[in-house]
Design a protein around this ligand. Structure first.
Ligand code: ZN
Length: 427
């Protein structure tokens, strides 16, 4: 982490004056790489944050009144206090601590879109951390970045744009377009890095396979929002000679929240900006992801239950990111559904997708038996034998039918598609 960024983070979180470390760069890096620095930093940042939200936000004042905030050192000290997407959806203004300079919206994959305000500082901080991540990945000034993310109210396009400007990397701001248009721009401008949604990436790779002339030498594709199986990454690599680096994000956390480990061991998240908890973990460590945003000033979220199910990953890795990791998302808590007497998540079925993009599941019944259709993009390969044993057992016992359903990728909105479509009638 570079000096200006650490300084920036400390300043944005308002604790640089309180947290007395001898501030020169050598000491700074040494401290940063020490786990104890992170621990102290996070606790200090959290204490400051709690006081601040109590002072400035109507929502937090009402809800935190019963706590003696002097004794609150970690998010867990707040016991049963959490924030929920519905609260943010209904009264976003009550969360505001400082005047927003810019608004973004969530994709509204579950319910109405939520408004997220950021101060100029928040926005710059996100761009700075994105820039830092890109630098770690090896982005250089002589790269050309084709940005095919939406530049609208959906966060990633603008943040990426600003991050690249900070790095002095030239950009082709294509925005979210039909895959055919993106492909045309790629062969025309010959970028070295392309930011793109996985479903569009599949389509442009098919176009690339049929393309007669020489393809541009792309170093990697920066993707997000949907999981990409490793076989698909291999296929993309054979066609383009380029790697795929995937991110996991949420607008509530300012866009890209975590980036895929180069060794495929889950996602690295920024543990200086976010305090992550896993709520009610099961025997395998899977539980609900709960995130506290430590550095945002406009609409800080404390113990926000976004509803995704994951777990911590402690495996060591040698990739450029050195931060803590969470596993691939098993599904959303709201996406849990019952079929054949089991509590299931879409993530269980995504495991069967060998090639292509998993879009979700559709559930109906066939002759009284629950039927799950695994929705994938056209041309995907699905191998049901890769499903977990308990699902295979249920199929074996004729209690569940599992099929594959091919769909053309949603290429127009760039927004998330609901992962669970339940067509069963309950009356
Ligand atoms: Zn890693």
């Amino acid at each position: 982490m570079s000096r200006w960024l650490v300084k920036r983070i400390l300043r944005a979180s308002g604790i640089h004056s309180r947290y007395r470390i001898p501030w020169n760069w050598k000491v700074g890096t040494r401290l940063y790489s020490k786990g104890s620095f992170k621990k102290t930093y996070r606790q200090e940042a959290f204490k400051v944050l709690i006081q601040e939200v109590y002072r400035n936000s109507k929502f937090y004042r009402e809800h935190l009144e019963k706590y003696n905030l002097k004794n609150v050192r970690t998010p867990a000290d707040l016991g049963d206090f959490f924030t929920y997407p519905a609260q943010l959806e209904n009264h976003p203004e009550d969360f505001i601590c400082q005047k927003p300079d810019i608004y973004f919206e969530t994709s509204g994959s579950s319910g109405r879109p939520k408004k997220i305000g950021l101060t100029r500082e928040d926005f710059l901080l996100l761009a700075f951390t994105t820039a830092h991540g890109l630098k770690k990945m090896g982005v250089k000034k002589n790269d050309l970045f084709l940005n095919a993310y939406s530049y609208g109210i959906w966060v990633p396009g603008l943040i990426l744009q600003n991050a690249l400007e900070m790095l002095g990397v030239p950009v082709v701001p294509v925005g979210h377009q039909k895959p055919e248009v993106i492909f045309e721009k790629i062969v025309d401008y010959r970028p070295t890095i392309v930011g793109i949604l996985p479903s569009s990436l599949i389509v442009i790779t098919k176009l690339a396979e049929r393309y007669k002339k020489e393809l541009p030498k792309i170093r990697w594709f920066q993707t997000g929002a949907q999981h990409i199986p490793s076989k698909t990454k291999e296929w993309i690599k054979t066609v383009w000679g380029a790697n795929v680096v995937n991110g996991y994000g949420a607008t509530e956390f300012g866009g890209t929240f975590a980036i895929e480990c180069y060794e495929g061991k889950g996602y690295h998240f920024n543990d200086l900006l976010f305090w992550v908890e896993i709520l009610n973990p099961d025997q395998d460590g899977y539980g609900e992801l709960v995130v506290t945003t430590l550095a945002f000033r406009c609409m800080p979220l404390i113990r926000y239950r976004i509803g995704d199910i994951t777990r911590f990953v402690n495996d060591r890795c040698d990739c450029p990111f050195r931060t803590a990791k969470i596993d691939y998302i098993l599904g959303r808590k709201d996406d849990m559904f019952k079929a054949a007497g089991n509590n299931l998540y879409p993530g269980y079925f995504s495991k069967a997708v060998v090639e292509g993009v998993f879009l979700g599941v559709e559930i109906d019944t066939k002759e009284e038996i629950d039927r799950i259709k695994i929705r994938v993009t056209e041309g995907s390969k699905v191998d049901l034998k890769r499903l977990d044993t308990f699902i295979l057992d249920t199929i074996e016992k004729d209690e569940l039918i599992v099929e594959t359903k091919f769909e053309s990728p949603n290429s127009h909105t760039g927004r998330k598609i609901p992962e669970v479509i339940d067509l069963r009638s309950w009356d």
